[in-house]
Design a protein around this ligand. Structure first.
Ligand code: FPP
Length: 233
């Protein structure tokens, strides 16, 4: 098949519109979205993708109703309960980017179980962005860099792009080759702003719950037809 990107990042959008279209509740839409996510994680391992990062909950998503927010975190716990053993058997490494410690306690516990259990694996790196926003991530990095400078661990002229990268949640994760956004929206919405400077973007009209392995492969094919020059010729 096509050239497989080493790192694919996905903005999983359209659960609410899918629910509306099918006469279901928003939470039923997220439940369907979780099922799509399960399949895409499995298919990423099958394709040999090394890193998959999904935008599951942004720093802005707290503006939604309390019922929707708590429902999303219950789904996260359900996902971990249902899938952790299989993720582990498939050699997947689970990682979280974002300030996940302020999520509901049951979600934090489920995430920590996942991180601990899969830490020694060597297959797909599955990064879940939770309470994540790029601007908050960059502010956090600036604060940490300021402390390092103040304490004499770092000189101002040593603050290079690679140093900034090392202070982001994604330190040690290669930059995304391909960013996919579903549901026809064409924006980044505060996702991986720094990291996607040279990424390719593929937008599909498919709503996230309908995003199938076949559509995933179609997006990868679109990516592999592009030629990437990273600012060169
Ligand atoms: C975007 O659709 C989706 C989200 C904000 C939540 C993503 C959640 C899942 C895929 C399922 C749960 C899984 C985990 C790991 C928490 P939207 O609600 O913005 O859709 P809309 O724009 O059509 O309303």
């Amino acid at each position: 098949m096509s050239e497989i990107p080493g790192h694919i990042a996905i903005v999983m959008d359209g659960n609410g519109r899918w629910a509306e279209k099918h006469g279901k509740s928003r939470l039923q839409g997220h439940d369907a979205g979780m099922k799509a996510m399960k399949e895409i994680v499995k298919h990423s391992s099958v394709l040999g993708v090394e890193y998959l990062t999904v935008y599951a909950f942004s720093t802005e998503n707290w503006k939604r109703s309390a019922a929707e927010v708590s429902g999303i975190f219950k789904l996260l716990v359900k996902y971990v309960d249902q899938e952790l053993n299989e993720l582990h058997e498939n050699d997947v490494v689970v990682n979280v980017i974002g300030d996940y410690h302020s999520l509901p306690a049951a979600a934090v516990a489920a995430l920590e179980r996942s991180l601990t259990k899969t830490a020694g694996n060597t297959g797909l790196h599955f990064n879940i962005a939770l309470n994540y926003g790029s601007r908050a991530e960059i502010c956090r990095a600036i604060r940490s860099i300021s402390v390092a400078v103040r304490e004499g661990e770092l000189a101002e002229d040593e603050i290079t792009e690679s140093v900034v990268s090392d202070f982001l949640y994604t330190a040690n994760i290669p930059e995304p080759d391909l960013v996919i956004r579903t549901s026809g929206e064409k924006r980044l919405s505060n996702f991986l702003l720094w990291q996607s400077a040279y990424s390719e973007f593929v937008f599909t009209d498919v709503l996230w719950p309908d995003f199938s392995p076949a559509e995933y492969e179609r997006c990868i094919e679109e990516y592999s037809r592009r030629s990437r020059r990273f600012g060169g010729r």
